[in-house]
Design a protein around this ligand. Structure first.
Ligand code: PMV
Length: 317
């Protein structure tokens, strides 16, 4: 039986979430410690295609999915973009170690892995930019009006400087980045949070625009610091970014608790990552100090945590 599989990494936004929706730059990195993997096994002609996704509690025939089911809609987008209707009978297994609704790009990683696995299955060669574009279409199902940062960083698998409606650039790191990620366990609903920020922005546009400008300026400084390998500056800028995210109302007591624990145990900087109001934090640490920070965030109530290193060559899932 023909069998193919493809994986895609999780991601973290290091700088610039929310402001990126309003045209400011942002920086994101792939996190290879967590992945989504899609495996496709051919079935006999005439058999029903089936989708199995244990983490999403899905095990059913494709034709039993309601029309508004996200996986069905995602498959329809791939099928129409690759012009392959109908999909040959197959069993699609989606496995993911990326926490859902935690700001780690689980939806985009599943999209990218699904697109790559289906194109492999059908022996269609797809460049990364096409994978990213199709995944962006899928992101709209989950997020409504995504900036496009998640699908871009996950499809290209490299640290990126991203700006909406503009070409992105890959960031060449000169030193490894040692990061700690920790989850509050509270779901972060990107669509709702982005729309509540939009509501606040429309009530006080000048104040919000001024904050977004500050975030944009800080992202440019962070980009320069990443290219210089100045870990201390990156940490300080993460703390500043967190202060501005707090001002736009997307932090929470649980996030603040994990951030304090990370900073008090030696992290050089820490902030929420993704949409916020729950979800998770990211901290930058000096090499060799990650274990202490991990222990501290666990003590402070993190429901999951892991350390990761982003290498200068970038990582690809
Ligand atoms: O929650 P996530 O991981 O999907 O990240 C959302 C990032 C935002 O800037 C808040 C929204 C976006 O589309 O860029």
């Amino acid at each position: 039986m023909q069998s193919v599989s493809a994986s895609a990494p999780a991601k973290a936004i290091l700088f610039g979430e929310h402001a990126v929706v309003y045209g400011r730059p942002a920086i994101a990195v792939p996190l290879n410690e967590r992945k989504a993997t899609v495996t496709i096994v051919a079935k006999e002609p005439g058999e029903q295609s089936r989708v199995i996704a244990p983490q999403l509690k899905i095990d059913s025939s494709l034709n039993e999915f309601p029309p508004d089911n996200a996986i069905r809609q995602m498959l329809e987008i791939v099928i129409s973009n690759l012009q392959i209707d109908p999909l040959p009978p197959c069993k699609i297994t989606i496995d993911s170690s990326i926490p859902i609704s935690a700001g780690l790009g689980s939806g985009a990683a599943i999209s990218v892995a699904l697109i790559r696995a289906i194109s492999k299955f059908l022996e269609i060669v797809l460049p990364d930019d096409k994978v990213s574009l199709i995944s962006f279409e899928m992101e709209k199902i989950h997020h409504g009006t995504p900036s496009g940062i998640d699908n871009t960083v996950i499809a290209f698998g490299k640290p990126i400087l991203f700006q909406k409606d503009a070409p992105f650039s890959k960031i060449s790191l000169v030193k490894p980045l040692h990061l700690v990620v920790a989850g509050t366990g509270t779901r972060s609903n990107t669509r709702e949070i982005v729309s509540s920020v939009r509501e606040s922005w429309s009530k006080d546009t000048p104040a919000y625009e001024a904050i977004f400008d500050k975030i944009g300026a800080l992202v440019n400084k962070a980009h320069a610091a990443l290219k210089r390998g100045s870990i201390t500056s990156i940490g300080k800028l993460m703390n500043e970014n967190q202060g501005l995210l707090k001002q736009i109302g997307v932090s929470s007591p649980e996030l603040e608790k994990l951030i304090s624990a990370a900073l008090e145990s030696g992290a050089l900087g820490a902030k929420l990552t993704g949409a916020g109001n729950g979800g998770n934090i990211i901290a930058i640490v000096k090499e060799g100090t990650g274990a202490k920070v991990l222990e501290a965030v666990k003590q402070a109530g993190a429901v999951f945590s892991f350390s990761t290193v982003i290498n200068p060559s970038g990582l690809k899932g």
